[in-house]
Design a protein around this ligand. Structure first.
Ligand SMILES: [Zn+2]
Length: 232
């Protein structure tokens, strides 16, 4: 009989090892991709459909394991410090990374990894998986090209340190994204090449200024010069 038709009965662990059943609700945002939303409703079933996780589940049910534990039907990893993370079935990995990357302003691998690793563990090399998936992001690739084109000739004073000159680019129109994103506001530090992207639904001067004043400057510090498309 295939294991896919059988559902394992778990014994519940003692209350002493409190993992927090709310770990799924601590997902940094409510999933917006419908498929991901569905998947989040039945993580324990998806874990059992995942060959690798299912093997671990079967072991944990029989013998207590050092680095895994089952709590309320869910398989968690357990690290040396006693931190528990939900084991994410392989089928959820791609969308989980993409959605988090998109919802958090297209942040890079390091931050997305840190964010996800707060509560989750992937069955295979989590950092490498995250990096690979983010590398494929269309918008990030496009903004790289865009910024390369925008760089150079229009700047007469070549900056010599970070936060001297920031260029402001608006990329549009994008095919309307799943989250209503239509524009990408890209703030590029000409010297360090650090890029901060903001997905926008609308792109008025007010909204752009608000992002610069309320988020970018407080986060990255004051800048000397801001370049816009028309060089002002
Ligand atoms: Zn991206």
């Amino acid at each position: 009989m295939s294991h896919k038709s059988t559902r394992i009965r778990y014994k519940h662990i003692a209350g002493k090892e409190n993992i927090g059943a709310d770990v799924l609700t601590r997902y940094p945002q409510i999933p917006e991709i419908l498929e991901l939303k569905q998947q989040f409703k039945q993580p324990s079933i998806l874990q059992q459909f995942d060959n690798k996780l299912y093997k671990i589940v079967r072991q944990v049910v029989n013998v207590a394991m050092k680095y895994f534990i089952i709590y309320e039907d869910l398989l968690f990893s357990k690290d040396k410090k006693g931190k528990h993370r939900v084991m994410i079935p392989d089928i959820m990995v791609h969308q989980l990374v993409i959605e988090t990357h998109e919802n958090f302003g297209h942040m890079g691998t390091y931050k997305i990894y840190e964010l996800l690793h707060g509560n989750y563990q992937f069955p295979n090399n989590m950092h490498r998986r995250t990096k690979k998936i983010i590398k494929l992001c269309n918008l990030c690739q496009r903004s790289k090209i865009n910024n390369q084109l925008a760089r150079g000739p229009m700047i007469s004073n070549i900056p010599t340190e970070p936060r001297q000159t920031i260029s402001v680019d608006l990329m549009e129109p994008l095919p309307k994204g799943q989250l209503g994103t239509k524009f990408i506001l890209a703030l590029l530090d000409i010297f360090s090449k650090h890029v901060k992207l903001y997905p926008l639904r609308r792109a008025t001067m007010d909204i752009i200024l608000k992002h610069i004043l309320d988020d970018y400057l407080p986060q990255f510090g004051p800048v000397q010069r801001i370049l816009t498309d028309n060089g002002t």
